[in-house]
Ligand binder design. Sequence first.
Ligand code: SF4
Ligand code: SF4
Length: 509
Amino acid sequence: MALLSRLGLYLLLAGFGLWLSTLTLNEFTLTPTLISSHLKPEHQATLGVRLQPLVQKTFQSGWEFTCAFDTVLNNLNNEYRTAQQWDKVIYDEYSFALTKAAASGPLKQQPWLWFGLTFGLVIVGALLFILPALIQLAGNKNNGIFQDASTNRGWIAKGIGAFLILFYITLYYYPQYLANWTMLVDPISRALNGAEASRWFLYGFIYTVCVLVMGVRMAIKYRHNRYQQVRTASVVFFQTAVAFLLPEILVSLNKPYFDFKNIWPLDYDFFFDYNLNSLLQSGNLGIFMLVWGIVLFVVGVPILTYFFGKRWYCSWVCGCGGLAETLGDPYRQLSDKSLAAWKIERYLIHAVLGAAVVMTAMVLYTYFSGSSTVLFIDSYSVRSLYGFWIGGIFAGVVGTGLYPMMGNRVWCRFGCPLAAYLGMWQRKKSRFRITTNGGQCISCGNCSTYCEMGIDVRAYAQRGQDIVRSSCVGCGICSAVCPRGVLNLENASENSRVMVAPEVLLGNK
Ligand code: SF4
Ligand code: SF4
């Protein structure tokens, strides 16, 4: 079985290496037809003319082609800026579309073959690497987690973190350099929505594959624990069916792209004008989507959090939580348990919630009044600042890129405005708590070690005090790793929560 595992690792690494190498494949040739079909009419006489020196020239890599195209575009835009002709500056995302359209070569001709050699090998390799764990006795296995360079902030972890950060930055801000990777998933995109893959389709596909494959790992690792099995099945279902497949199918039916489980303010552009207009112009289904989004936030969150705590969303439904609980599981022990981190967490997450509320209020003011400024502040600048720093850098680059260094819930713990909102309800008005049978605790510290939200669970267990924390996502891992059965996730009367440590540790009540 060790052999099978090793073979899996080799296949995974081979597939990953081939995937990276596909960025160098294909040739790129710009033609007059591509210019006329991709540029807007008003840009044909300006950018179209400037691009003429590149026409019919063959570039050996997407990198070369993109650099040449961006140089032409940037030079033109700089001329406009120097002449203060702001209305002529071109912001359209031509670079990605033209790079993709100008490509010819193996990835275009044999996408399925290259899909198999890259994603296929990675998936098969990962499963072969994971499956041999099935023959081990069921039970908690975290052997060597603080000695392994991939899980103890060692060189492998640093490499993975650097790759993730680079990937997010390129995906968000320089997608043209990833055009080749989108060609690998073109056939799947066409099958689902009838169009070629965008960068967001590529991202959604990779995200879903990660949740699926690492979901298998979770299901095997915690096969002795029913709560973890059902919870893992839930996040896999919501990511695959609701977040990935359903929106693509809606698009293929000419309906708005809509993720039914994404809730404002996590879904921070829900109230943006383009989204509101798209929903309002999409008939009854669009109106239903709009009402659904508002009702989920106003009614769904308080009611469901009252009955089940924030775990109903953070650990069972949310896409960010889904990735954290599957791909991020090997890193949960890296969360900072210090009081200083708890303090930073409280300030930061509520500050982001405040920023989301203010930004959305400005967006709605602009939508209904038609005025783009609120108290002399441009609401469009505020929304793009929020999108860049919170939606892009914090949630993506930092939130996922720092999994291997700061644990798997960096975004959920320090930044997610929806988690802050859910947490307020959980702390103040909820039946959820983790009860602690304090008399049984042997202070081993497993629970604190593996709490991804940095909660010092042991401190509560030692005192026999219920854990009623706004940040607890109810993942249940503290309970799963406790060797003494001290911890129990429960929903009961909110008045029975033990908010002050009892004097005698003889159990909970
Ligand atoms: S306290 Fe337990 S259930 Fe809550 S987040 Fe930490 S490990 Fe998960
Ligand atoms: S894992 Fe269980 S026994 Fe160990 S410190 Fe936590 S509550 Fe106590």
